[in-house]
Design a protein around this ligand. Sequence first.
Ligand code: BG6
Length: 480
Amino acid sequence: MTGQALMSNGSGIVIFGGTGDLAYRKLFPALYNLHVLEELPTDYQIIGIGRRDYSRWDYLTIVKEWLQKYSRVKYLEERFTDFSERIHYYKMDFDKAEQYPDLLAYFDEIKLQGEVIFYYAVAPQYFLPITKNLSIRNCRLRECKVIVEKPFGDDLTSAHALSKELKQSFLPGHVYYIDHYLGKEMILNIMTIRFFNSIFKGVWNKDFIESVQINAFETVGVESRGGYYDESGALRDMMQNHLFQILSIVAMEEPTAMESEEIKAAQLKVFQDLKPIVPTEIGKHLVLGQYAGYRQEDKVAPDSQTETYAAMKLLIDNERWQGVPFYIRTGKKLFSRESEVIIQFKQTAKEAEGNILIIKIQPDEGVYLKFNIKKPGKENGVQVVKMDFCQSCILENRINTPEAYERLLKACMNSDQSLFSKWDQIELCWNFIDQAIDSYQKYSGALYPYQAGTAGPKEADHLLLHDQHYWIEAEMFLEG
Ligand code: BG6
């Protein structure tokens, strides 16, 4: 069996939130792919836990439909048949402690005797009650791991309470804080591009870089997740975790070794160096927006003040980045689904434009570079040209590149923490975001409306205009 994960047989994955969007869209396709590629133990089980009154058959029918839509590896009926034999559905209210003894009895009934990975694919307010209720399994004495989805809590205080409970319930090193962006191919690639190319490594600093922009745009709205999202918003859902993680990899010092601990330490240093925003100046650093029609979405409050768009200007107070602005933005119902890192280099001469490097994270994966040449022919002017490497256009890469969740589930099974967030990073990010939210509520409070299909509220342009910068729309270059 090739590349088999180290999880032992008789082991299983228990998904709290087994009927949720995440389980259907990401976790089951990832597990199915690992199964088809024979990267899971032969005798493992998957237990989806939900509140709905489904039979096993109902559940499998739904899982199958999602796999047909979302699996990276071609859906094959006969592979689904053997995959489905491992899937169970268990109905319970996971916040009711009295139902947990029956859950454990059910584990015995289906002979779940090896390692169990508990996956918290539920809204963050359930993390704490589930952890407390699971204490009857004595996870510090048995083979258990837990994967906690973000956001880890909804502010620093709740994140602390959760971390304390998790530490009491699980052994050190057995808690996996997942941020699925860390499993994306091109995010893993940022360090290689930065540190293994002297043409980039030498110029990755304030002397050559004018500004950095990080985008994570979505075209979808909140879909079926209104209940969760309305409590969370773009800052907690995307900024505090995915965008801050990308920022730390783009901005970190070269790690002393390309090993997990050293990389995490270098990332942590970036969070420590984030320049605190003066509360009264928050309007120059943060703009929040909400798409038209959001308040009519299912399970969203009719007077909701939750942001579906956030743009932020950050400064990093260290030698490498003194004075270089990092502009990061994310939003739902925007004009395009794309994520990228854009490095804007300084101009070297009046008649030439600054170089632009774009690390394309999704949907296309690749690297784009804009640079200057002499105008071909007799004239002596300068012409801007591009090199555009599309990694995901190569068919073989498309087939062989695992989805983020595949990579991360497998890493957890192999007890490899290197692709997961660390508690000390999470703590610093919450601290920063909590303060920004607090200042925004006190000194701005504006929630700018924007139409679906646009680039978000116009007011976000002002964050950059103060510095005589502008948003670089990647698609302008990528299609040009
Ligand atoms: C999740 C957020 O973490 O990331 C969602 O909770 C968002 O709101 C999703 O849609 C985006 O992930 P991806 O991989 O599609 O960019």
